[in-house]
Structure formats: C-alpha cells, structure tokens
Design a protein around this ligand. Structure first.
Ligand SMILES: Cc1cc2nc3c(=O)[nH]c(=O)nc-3n(C[C@H](O)[C@H](O)[C@H](O)COP(=O)(O)OP(=O)(O)OC[C@H]3O[C@@H](n4cnc5c(N)ncnc54)[C@H](O)[C@@H]3O)c2cc1C
Length: 450
C-alpha cells in the first residue's frame, strides 16, 4: 500500500531540512516525509566543506545593494536566533563568532567603502570603519608586508563581535533532530526520514502527487522539491519552469596555513556576476585558512558527480535565447577575462601561481609554497537563466505553479536564507492545504530580536 503524507520534501540539504523543521514545529500537519538520495543529510552543497560557511547578512557583501542587504538580513538573523537556542554543545558545532571585514585596497576601493559605510552603518549598527593600522590589530597579515604596513591605501568595513560563520551541514542535522524530537514527543506527528532513496519522478495522482523511488511510492498532498540544480530537472520533467535554463558555476578553494583570524572579503567588481574571493578560517579544518571560491562554469549539477552531466544537458535546453544570454555575458570584457582566469585556475602548474596573485590582495606576503588546492572541497551554484527576461538570475529562485508543487533552486546565499525560504514554503502550503501555521511558536523561536 502506498503511504500517504501531507507533505513530501525531496532533498535533504539545508533548504529541505529547514522546511522539515518548520512544518514539524509550527504547523498542525501530521505526516511529513523527507526523501534524500544519499545516505546522509547535507551531502551536496550544504555539506560544510562545499560552501563558504558564511552567514550572509548583507553588511560586507559589496555586491548587495542596501535594499538587497536589508532583505537578506532578516533570514540571516532568523538563522542565528534559531542556532542560539540550541543546546550549547550543539550550538557550538553550528555557529561561530569570528571577526569579519570587507577590505578595500587602492584609492578607488577605499573611497567606495567609505561611502558605503555612510549609507549602511545606520542600518547595521555593529559596523566599524577600520583604517590601515586598525586593520592590523584585527588581521595583522592583511596589512603587513616585509615587516611594514603594505604600501597601498587600505580601509575596511568590519563587524567584530557577531556570529559570522556556520557549519551548514551541522545546521541541517540540527533541523532533522529537532523535527524528530517533536515527533517523538507524543505530538501525534510522523516524520519519515528516507535516506539513500533517490526520487525518480513525481507524477499527479488525483488532487495529490505520487513520489516514486526505486523501491517505493509515496502519495503527497503537497510536494516541495529542494534538490539544488536537480529541482529544475524535476520541474522540467513535469512540463513546468520551461522558461528557465541553468548555468552551473563551480567554486573551488585553496588552503594555506593559518593566516587569518576571521573572514576577510574583498570589494566586488560590479561588472562580474560572481562574488570576489575571500579568505577565512575553515570551521571543519582547524589550523588552516581557506581562500576562494573560484567561479568556473562547469556542465554538472553536482560538483563531484560526473554522471550529473547528463542531467545538466537535460536542464540546459540549449536554444537561441540561451546562446544569446551566454554570449551577452561573454561579450563583457571583465566577465570574459574572469572566465578565462577561472579556467586557468584549473590548469596544473598555472593554477596556484594565478590564484596566488588574487589571494595576495588579502594577504600580501602569501607565498606559493603555502598554497594548496583544497581537493574534494567546493560545490556548484546552479544559476538560472530566464529565457523570458533573456538574463542570468543571480540569486535563488523558486518555481511555484500554485498546484501543490514547489521547486526551490538555491545558489548563494541560499543556505543563509534557508529559514526564510522555508517560511515562504510553509505559507504556500498553508494556502493550498488550509493547515494552521502557529505564529505563537514561530515568533519566539525564529523571529529576529531587535
Ligand atoms: C562554493 C560555494 C560557496 C557557497 N557559500 C555560501 C555561503 O557562504 N553562504 C550561503 O548562504 N550560501 C553559500 N552557498 C550556497 C549554498 O551552499 C546553497 O544555497 C545551499 O547549500 C543550498 O541548499 P539546498 O538544500 O537547497 O541544496 P543542496 O545542499 O545541494 O541539497 C540538495 C539535496 O537534494 C538531494 N537530491 C537531489 N536529487 C535528488 C533526488 N532525485 N532524490 C532525492 N534527493 C535528491 C541532493 O542529494 C542534496 O542532498 C555556496 C555555494 C557554493 C557552491
């Protein structure tokens, strides 16, 4: 007999598990399943080693406008507020307090950061503007060169005492643990965690949906697909979201010995659609500093899974419009050079030398011998191409046909916004199923305190 569920979530990354937690904790839905193809939670982009471990709240991301920064700040605060309430031993495996800064080098970047500080600091009260000598107090290696202060003009916008780093894998596990604890507490809820079960397809079954795995099929009144780039594949196979194609952009990292005390971001080139590299401590690898991520278009939906090339070719749906969008990108000199540079970052012998040049903007005394490619680290950002708008979408996107299906596609900062996205998913589920969404529990547990 097919088992019946109110909601089935496909994908056990931070997006799917945040929704599992939110449905268990704050709705009256009784039967929820999460199906994940790998034997562990958070095995792909949400794995701690595969992303930049940053809580993006808009203050040091110079590619965010004030409007975007204020938008992303709320879900970032929800995340921190949630994690702060975990038992201390769990909390300390999830969130980390490091200083963070965005560094301006040269007069133009310094002027830009001073101006940005004026605009942003009334909204982000923890911000401090650091002059070169003050940067040295927080991050000596950023400004020291041959025993002296580096010669170029340097200024930084910093936040010195907030939670800034996060292990998204541990966060996802905490969401699952919380959901299961609620189910075990005689709440009458069933949380069915189905690991190592790859969903093959979703098909309509009356007013519900059938979610089919090799060994089983589940009936769901609502299906949320939070399967990274594969969400688009599921949508396309159901004839939905065909206006979207995908440009997967891989991000790799390099390790050095410990050089930084916290996160040091650099000013974004506003012609480039991808964030500039940064350096920071790796929460999973004590004693090392990690630099990256690079940004290399790669025809895969999962970084270390060559067989996802076939899936990628299916979601690409290459046509004249996709070609035109890619050509428009390639025509911009800065983007073209950046793509070539990132290709060269992959070439043995050349890669470390080229990357060293970029990383020296952050640590000018960095030596080639100290750089080591972080093999096995990094992931893929599934950036969508909107055929109707003829443009690359830089943030996350959801496809919601309004009929009991929802598809989340979540490049950066999709991990930071996981609870915000889950909230949106729950509101749509509430609309469709008419369930309760308990604000009285939700607000104290998740709403940011001001
Ligand atoms: C290099 C890099 C750096 C990043 N840095 C940051 C950062 O610092 N801060 C930030 O907020 N974001 C960052 N991001 C983005 C962030 O990693 C993602 O937004 C986030 O992890 C997405 O989570 P997710 O659960 O949607 O997807 P994923 O973590 O990819 O999870 C999707 C899950 O779906 C499962 N799945 C797929 N197909 C099926 C199927 N057929 N059946 C069952 N399960 C399936 C997969 O196995 C996987 O577990 C970064 C991304 C990259 C690549």
């Amino acid at each position: 007999m097919e088992r019946q569920y109110d909601v089935v979530i496909i994908g056990g990354g931070v997006t799917g598990t945040a929704l599992l937690y939110m449905l268990s904790a704050f709705t009256d839905l009784k039967r929820i399943a999460l199906v994940e193809k790998y034997p562990t939670i958070a095995a792909v982009n949400s794995k701690a080693t595969n992303n930049s471990q940053t809580i993006h709240c808009g203050d040091i991301e110079t590619n965010y406008s004030l409007e975007k920064a204020l938008k992303v700040r709320r879900p970032a605060q929800m995340l921190v507020h949630y994690a702060e309430q975990l038992p201390p031993a769990v909390r300390d495996q999830v969130i980390y307090r490091y200083p963070k800064m965005v560094l301006g080098i040269g007069q133009a970047e310094c002027d830009f950061l001073r101006q940005r500080y004026e605009t942003f600091s009334p909204h982000f009260t923890g911000m401090r503007l650091l002059e070169k000598a003050q940067i040295a107090e927080v991050e000596p290696n950023v400004v020291q060169l041959n025993g002296q202060l580096r010669p170029e003009a340097a200024v930084a916008i910093s936040i010195l005492n907030e939670y800034t780093a996060i292990n998204y894998g541990a966060l996802a596990q905490s969401f699952v643990d919380q959901a299961q604890a609620i189910a075990d507490s005689a709440s009458g809820k069933t949380i069915d965690l189905r690991l190592a079960q790859q969903v093959q397809r979703v098909e309509p079954a009356g007013s519900s949906y059938r979610v089919i795995t090799p060994d089983d099929s589940l009936i769901a009144r609502f299906v949320v697909v939070s399967a990274g780039g594969h969400s688009l594949l599921f949508a396309h196979r159901m004839g939905i979201g065909l206006e979207y194609s995908c440009l997967p952009v891989a991000g790799n990292f390099y390790f050095t010995p410990e050089l930084l005390n916290g996160k040091v971001y650099t000013v974004q080139n506003d012609k480039l659609p991808f964030a500039a590299i940064h350096g920071d401590p790796d929460v999973t690898t004590p004693g090392k500093t990690r630099f990256g991520p690079t940004a290399l278009p790669l025809p895969l939906l999962e970084r270390y899974s060559p067989k996802t090339l076939i899936d990628y070719l299916e979601v690409l749906k290459f046509d004249q419009t996709v070609a035109a969008v890619l050509w428009d990108l390639f025509k911009v000199r800065d983007i073209r050079n950046y793509i070539f540079k990132n290709m060269a970052f992959e070439m043995p012998l050349l890669n470390r030398r080229l990357f060293l040049k970029d990383a020296r903007k952050i640590v000018p005394s960095l030596q080639l011998k100290d750089l080591e490619f972080a093999a096995g680290f990094g992931g893929i950002r599934p950036q969508l191409i909107d055929r109707n708008q003829r443009q690359l979408i830089l943030g996350q996107a959801e496809i919601d046909p309004g009929n009991g299906l929802r598809f989340n596609i979540t490049p950066s900062p999709g991990a930071t916004t996981c609870l915000g996205n889950a909230e949106q998913d729950v509101l749509r589920i509430q609309q469709h199923l008419g369930c309760e969404f308990e604000q009285s529990g939700f607000e104290p547990a998740l709403m940011p305190r001001n």
